[in-house]
Design a protein around this ligand. Sequence first.
Ligand SMILES: C[S@@+](CC[C@H](N)C(=O)[O-])C[C@H]1O[C@@H](n2cnc3c(N)ncnc32)[C@H](O)[C@@H]1O
Length: 232
Amino acid sequence: MDSDSSSLLTPGRHRPAAVREMFDRISPRYDLLNRLLTLGLDQHCRRRAVRALGLPPHCLIVDLACGTGDFCRILERRRMLPVGVDFSPGMLSNAKTSAPLVRADVMRLPFRDLSVEGAVCGFALRNLEALPPFLAEVARILQTGGRIALLEVAAPSGALPRSVHTFHFRRVVPAVGGWLSDKEAYRYLPDSVKFLPPQHELTKMLAETGFSEIEYCKLGAGIAGLFTATKT
Ligand SMILES: C[S@@+](CC[C@H](N)C(=O)[O-])C[C@H]1O[C@@H](n2cnc3c(N)ncnc32)[C@H](O)[C@@H]1O
């Protein structure tokens, strides 16, 4: 199937395949562009997310939609036991981590019920088919008391920071991404924010899925938002 922008932006049965093909295409320069376009703030946010999990060393943590394994590397440095899951062979083959990586759909996780202590997910929620079944699947594999940290793009508060961010996200990201990688993909990435529910809706979904201690905070000068929660 050809992954044109309509299949990337239209919910339906072709969207997951179009998303996978797009990440396969951009995988060789994915890390470079992330560091460049966020001036390294993406890694700062991932480190904060891992700290916010509040889990001790040796815990088994699933990195959901792990991409090139940035979260896995941070988790390894903190002596946790990450396993990365992603459905894009391109992203997985460009991963730089010694953690085990599994090629699978995060909507059907290859883990037993109640088998992991934590899960992280970086900048992938807006690419998923639907969030309630995804959260239910994550809750299924988490032990009671298990923790999740979900990181997504956000916009800073305040009129000036917000307009600078909008200019960067809508103009600079597609231009630089198009120049160094893939024009259509780096146009899709800002547009895909339309698939992210507002904060209160995601909080409600988490509560309805059986999570408690749900917290939200902005990170990285407001360019990212972090949800943390505990499986009850
Ligand atoms: C924006 S990247 C984020 C990668 C990584 N988590 C990070 O922090 O850089 C989104 C990732 O989600 C993956 N993805 C999207 N939908 C998926 C699904 N249903 N199952 C597994 N991986 C998925 C893509 O292949 C891609 O690697």
